[in-house]
Design a binder for this molecule. Structure first.
Ligand code: HGY
Ligand code: MN
Ligand code: MN
Length: 418
């Protein structure tokens, strides 16, 4: 019986709903790295992978990987996205791309591919628990730094212990790595998380590149004191100094075209109503498609932070500064994807991604391409995330056609070079 794509798309939607129930908080979706609800997600996703003909496994970084084995192949094509969420997330960021990939495998059943197809549900992309993003894809790409295992979460649990508690072995993380010569590429289907496709009335888009990102952890140190007895003059209030920087960050980004800059979290110590804030730790996230523009903006913001600290009698220190440079999609993979979209659905919209994705880390080592799905309303990292089932139909069909097209192309290239 032919597989009905409409039914598959409905199934993707109801599976997204089901995974939304796997949360560590009632009433909202929060699913962090190596958390209990991630076990529940793995149980369901591995079952769905088996139903689609894949052989699933969980690697030692907690990635859920299902293989559609090709008897003659030596190399693999990876496709998928992430299974973790931000706190208070929507139900489609990450999960949709994994489940659409599984659905595309259903559509392909009976088709023999010249490569293994590995559908990946990455364990950690958002960087919430250990304040470090892309942990799952870093393990797969080989970029995982073993010193990260010593990082601690908000409850002082280190990553090494969290991995063990999840039933995995931190010492075997290196085994998660795929060698560059065993990977054809990585394809990530993902919700757009913005308004472009909706404005252009297009169900899908092809990503040409992803903005670079700087993530900083900054601390302001002042002096705590009694809120009732300390004179207002001469206070060294770390929150007042931080607040000045928060405002400067927003203003700087408004002034500079294409710059996105956000202070996303503040931890105030001692954090009680009747004590002057003596210490504030904050995170700063800065993004731009042009790396030099982003780097200059970060330098300016750090300098402004020092000035704000000085003006309030405080000191500012950058505790951590992580950078992911902007990255371009692979020309060959992206143009074949555009070709598939124009043959199957519509004139392809070529677009940049302001959001970060596992494709950033995977693309540093392997050829990568991304397919975006229209996002009604465009609001993401928020419970209001939405998706049209008709667009999911298009997305699944495009993915399946694309994999067939890649097969033909890959066979041709292999024959020509053998
Ligand atoms: O932060 C990001 O851009 C992504 O959603 N993790
Ligand atoms: Mn996200
Ligand atoms: Mn995502």
């Amino acid at each position: 019986m032919p597989v009905d794509t409409q039914r598959l798309a409905q199934q993707v939607m109801s599976r997204c709903d089901e995974l939304a129930g796997c949360s560590s908080e009632s009433g909202r979706i929060t699913r962090l790295y190596l958390s209990e609800p991630m076990h529940a997600v793995h149980t369901r996703v591995t079952e769905w992978m088996r139903l689609a003909g894949l052989s699933p496994r969980i690697d030692h970084a907690g990635n859920c990987i299902g293989r559609l084995t090709s008897p003659t192949a030596e190399k693999a094509l990876l496709i998928g996205s992430h299974l973790d969420t931000v706190p208070g997330a929507g139900r489609y960021d990450g999960v949709l791309g994994v489940l659409m990939s599984v659905a595309a495998c259903h559509l392909l059943s009976g088709t023999s591919l010249p490569f293994h197809l590995d559908v990946v549900g990455f364990s950690e992309e958002e960087g919430v628990r250990f304040k470090m993003p892309y942990l799952g894809s870093s393990a797969v790409s080989g970029a995982f730094d073993p010193t990260w295992l010593d990082r601690t979460d908000a409850n002082c649990i280190c990553m090494r212990d969290a991995i063990k508690a999840f039933g995995l072995s931190p010492d075997a993380i290196a085994d998660c790595k795929y060698a560059a010569d065993e990977v054809i590429g990585f394809v990530e289907p993902h919700l757009e998380q913005g308004p472009v496709l909706e404005r252009l009335d297009s169900p899908v888009g092809v990503v040409t590149g992803i903005a670079g990102q700087s993530r900083l952890r900054i601390v302001f140190r002042g002096e705590a004191g009694h809120a009732g007895t300390s004179p207002m003059e001469g206070r060294r209030d770390a929150l007042v100094a931080s607040a000045k920087l928060v405002r400067i960050v927003r203003d700087e980004a408004i002034r500079s075209s294409g710059l996105k800059a956000t202070v996303g979290s503040l931890q105030v110590a001692p954090g009680t109503p009747n004590v002057i804030p003596g210490c504030v730790e904050l995170t700063l996230d800065v993004r731009h498609l042009d790396d030099p523009t982003r780097e200059t903006a970060v330098e300016r913001l750090i300098a402004a932070g020092h000035r704000a600290a000085d003006a309030e009698g405080c000191r500012m220190e950058v505790l951590e500064h992580n950078v992911h440079h902007s990255i371009q999609a692979d020309d060959r993979l992206a143009s074949l994807l555009s070709e598939t979209v124009s043959e199957h659905a519509t004139e392809p919209v070529l677009m940049e991604s302001g959001a970060g994705h596992d494709a950033v880390v995977m693309g540093e080592r392997f050829p990568m391409a991304m397919l975006f799905l229209r996002h009604p309303g465009g609001v993401s990292h928020h419970p209001d995330e939405r998706v049209n089932v008709e667009d999911v139909v298009v997305g699944i069909e495009v993915l399946a056609e694309y994999l067939k097209k890649l097969s033909g192309h890959y066979q041709q290239v292999s024959l020509n070079t053998s």
